[in-house]
Design a protein around this ligand. Sequence first.
Ligand SMILES: [Zn+2]
Ligand SMILES: [Zn+2]
Length: 222
Amino acid sequence: MERLHSIADTYYRALSTEDQKKVLGFISSMDKDGSGFIDIFEFKQYLKEHGYNDYAGSDIFKKLDMVGDNRLGHSEMLNLFYIILSGRPFCMGCEDFIMAEYFVCVECFQKSSAPVYLCLTCYKNRNYKHSHGINENPLFLDTYAMLECKRLSALAENGQASNAPSSSKTAPSSSKTSTSRRIGAIAFKTFETALGLANLQVELVGAGIAAGIGAGSGCTIM
Ligand SMILES: [Zn+2]
Ligand SMILES: [Zn+2]
C-alpha cells in the first residue's frame, strides 16, 4: 500500500490548493458523524451508494487502513479515490484486489469492458481458466509491457510509426523499424516468462515484427 499511497499522494500534491480543498471537502462529506475519520460503515455506505459494490465487498478497508486503527483518515481515503479512478482491478484467480502490478489478457484488454486480470501469484501458478475460442492460452502482458504497447500503438496512430505491411514497396522508415523491434523485444521478454504460448508467439512475434503495429498483432491496442 505504501507504493500506491505515494502515487495517490503525488497526484494530490500536484493539484492546486483550490482543488485540494475540493477533494478534502468531498472526503469530509463522507464523514457522516463528523469524527474526522471514515469508519467501516461510512465507507461501505459510500461505496454502495456510488455503485462500487466490488470494493465494498472486499477486504479493501483493511488494506487501506495503513495505521491499523479501524478507521480511515484523509490521506488513507486518497488511496481509495486513486484506486477507483485508476481502475485498479481484482484478480480473476484469487478474486483479491490487486494492489500492485498485474497481468492482463491482451485480447480482453482490447475488446472487453471487463478484461481478465491476474495477480502475479495466480498468473505464475496458473491459477485461472481463461480462453478465447480455440485459443486456450491467451497472451497475458504485465502492467508495464501493456503500457508500452499502448504507447507504441498511439505513436502509430499519430503517424509517427508506419503501420503499413512489410510487403509494402516503400522502404521501412527507421521509426517503424525501431517500433517493430521494441514490440518484438517486449514480446520476447514476455515469452521468456510465459510458458505454453507457442501459438501466440508465432502470431505476435511473427506478425508483430514483420508487419509492425497496427497489423492485427496481439500487441496492438485499438
Ligand atoms: Zn490472484
Ligand atoms: Zn481474455
